[in-house]
Design a protein around this ligand. Structure first.
Ligand SMILES: [Zn+2]
Length: 102
């Protein structure tokens, strides 16, 4: 543990820095997230992801339907599929990333 002001090494018991007199944050505060707003976005992304899953499945079904009807190329089919999967998975990825924020 170091002084937040001058960087002097402190013991866990030092609530005030003996060198510069700066009041130190409590040790348990270290577990509190520094970006609570960003971290709180995680469940929102999760919710968006859950909403997008049925839409994604519908999109894939639609893509398969179109590819049968219109005989689109395999490449276009794959690009469409990857796009749908990416858009569906993105909120889950963001939710995971934002959950990791400390
Ligand atoms: Zn200090």
């Amino acid at each position: 543990m170091q002084c937040i002001s001058c960087g002097k090494k402190l013991t866990e018991k030092d609530k005030i820095c003996p060198k510069c007199g700066k009041k130190q944050p409590l040790a348990e505060n270290e577990n509190i997230t520094r970006f609570p707003l960003l971290k709180s976005l995680s469940p929102i992304f999760l919710l968006i992801g859950l909403v997008l899953v049925p839409l994604g499945l519908t999109g894939i079904a639609f893509l398969i339907f179109i590819s049968i009807q219109e005989k689109i190329s395999v490449l276009r089919f794959i690009i469409g599929l990857v796009n749908i999967l990416f858009v569906t998975a993105l909120p889950f990825i963001l939710a995971y990333i934002f959950k990791q924020i400390k």
